[in-house]
Design a binder for this molecule. Structure first.
Ligand code: PEP
Ligand code: MN
Length: 342
């Protein structure tokens, strides 16, 4: 719709689309409303009819199989606000904390130090997807309570993983951003439930998933009612064994062309080695990602999960300091991009 379209004009367009038998899904931006036409079959007649209506700016056919998350649907970038922190806007947002919540002292210490170093959100798993059933599975609700305490103490919003659609309500009570882990990227029951949960979602790329499959999974969440989705590149499985996974940074650049959703990089799971985390983080800034998800632990040697890839808190602070000049360049790049998009 044109920026000055009235509610009534928008309603008329919606009614016309529904007369053709399609479903309607609108997104209200700051400047304009975009009305999505959803359904099967040839949409040509509907588009032609709608395009002739007052205050309709353009009717565009979207060719990608993912619709709501595509750049065709929304040419500008989407900002997802998590507990007052905007991701996808003009701030490079770092989320950090341990792989797993282990005990009160550990999570509080980690939260205080990552906040001091400039992290804007606290990560920590309470429900852990472990390859072996004999490994630590997470503190579950007790872990969520400890995260809530860390939130109270530091003011940091919480990012934590949800593994099953049965746990969504419980985790949404505590978390500000619900993480879907790589192993669950195609858990469609979970994605549908998250579509209805009302809290933002962090969707990690599956271990062996293509960019298109990642976007289709994001489409599930958005199509079921939740437009607040952030995508995360966390490395994919290849023949290479020198790193835990292969960080597909070119894929991040490709995603930026295909989708308006915010994109972050997890350099910890992408490499599996703490020594590689700062370099991959810099590269993520340079490629124009919107933020990072980093594992940082008070004592990585003693971590119950992912110690080898976790920075200690001092290393995290050093990395944050060393990222600053790159983030300054990132901000200049962001201003130029935003100006070009307008
Ligand atoms: C995690 O963030 O701790 C995690 C399990 O990540 P992934 O799902 O990317 O392996
Ligand atoms: Mn981990």
């Amino acid at each position: 719709m044109k920026p000055r379209a009235t509610k009534q004009e928008i309603q008329h367009v919606i009614e016309r689309i529904e007369e053709f038998g399609y479903k309607v899904h609108s997104i209200e931006g700051e400047e304009r409303v975009v009305i999505g036409v959803v359904g099967v079959g040839d949409v040509t007649a509907c588009l032609e009819s709608v395009e002739a209506m007052p205050q309709v700016e353009k009717a565009v056919r979207i060719s990608a199989p993912y619709k709501f998350v595509s750049r065709e649907f929304r040419p500008g970038k989407t900002q997802v606000v998590v507990d007052g922190v905007e991701i996808g806007g003009d701030e490079f947002v770092v989320m950090a904390g341990p792989c797993s919540v282990e005990n009160e002292k550990q999570i509080l210490h980690a939260a205080e130090e990552v906040a001091r170093a400039g992290a804007r959100l606290l990560r920590g798993g309470a429900f852990k997807p472990r390859t072996s059933p004999y490994d630590f599975q997470g503190l579950e609700e007790e872990g969520l309570k400890l995260l809530a305490r860390a939130r109270e103490a530091t003011g940091l919003g919480i990012v934590t993983e949800v593994m099953s659609d049965r746990d969504v309500d419980l985790i949404a009570e505590y978390a500000d951003l619900l993480q879907v882990g790589a192993r669950n990227m195609q858990n469609f029951a979970l994605l549908k439930t998250l579509g209805r949960c009302g809290k933002p979602v962090l969707l990690k790329r599956g271990l062996s998933s293509t960019i298109k499959e990642l976007l289709m999974s994001a489409e599930y969440v958005v199509a079921h009612g939740n437009p607040n989705v952030i995508l995360c590149e966390r490395g994919i499985r290849t023949f290479e064994t020198a790193t835990r996974n292969t960080c597909d940074l070119a894929g991040v650049a490709a995603l930026a062309e295909l989708t308006h959703l915010p994109l972050i990089v997890d350099p910890s799971h992408a490499t599996g080695k703490r020594s590689l985390v700062p370099a991959v983080s810099r590269a993520a800034v340079a490629i124009g990602a919107d933020g990072l998800l980093v594992e940082a632990h008070p004592c990585p040697e003693k971590a119950v999960s992912d110690g080898a890839q976790s920075l200690d808190l001092r290393q995290f602070a050093t990395m944050m300091r060393e990222l600053q000049p790159w983030i300054t360049l990132w901000k200049q790049m962001r201003v130029t991009e935003t100006a070009a998009a307008v």
